[in-house]
Design a protein around this ligand. Sequence first.
Ligand code: SF4
Ligand code: SF4
Length: 229
Amino acid sequence: MEKDSFMQWFSREIPQTLFPQIAAQVLFRCENCGECCRGEGYALVDEADVQEIARTLGIRPNQARDRFTDPDPGKNRGCRILKSIGPERSCCLLDQQAKMCKIYNHRPRICRTFPMINADTETEEIISFYSDCLGTAKFVKMLQEKRIDPQVQKEIESLTKQTERLQALQIMLFMWLRRMMGEIEEAEQICRITGVSLPPEESSFQKDCLAYFLMTMTTDGLDEYQYEG
Ligand code: SF4
Ligand code: SF4
């Protein structure tokens, strides 16, 4: 019964557009160019993010709040933004020399979902391919090669026919996202309720993610993509 209720909730509440986004994020590799950590935008953080920054740096939450955040100009409820510094408006947590986040493994959740998971429901684009992100450029190149690979075509064909495998894969993607957001207990609970677990071998999960992504998304616009970083 617990499983039935979960599955009802899962199909009612989780938008189908989220799954290819998660699959893309699984396949995406950040090249640590630091480009997304500076410039006009800013990273929105909530209280849980501030607590995590404080824990990581061994300081009190109010110190982390004062030192690293500013009020959110967009006035999102319970949110603040990370401070930007210098002429390039770099995030205050960016190590300028290494071009890496100082708290990469504990970075705010909005940074963990960049660039493939797009929470903005206003936009019509399911995936945004950022032209100044080196990781995205490599991701696009990989897709261009793999979409014509006969082995990948076979995987897509086989996945399309297997409804149960497809549903299990969507649950795995959701669990992967929960784990990536640091919600380990929730991911384990989903595993216990559904009996679905993430494959021990990352490569087989990645193979399924690629097939799922290419099966659900059109890649027609890929050839127009240009890296401008
Ligand atoms: S917290 Fe880290 S990953 Fe996020 S914007 Fe700042 S430097 Fe970049
Ligand atoms: S712009 Fe892309 S590759 Fe560069 S640090 Fe950000 S996510 Fe990584």
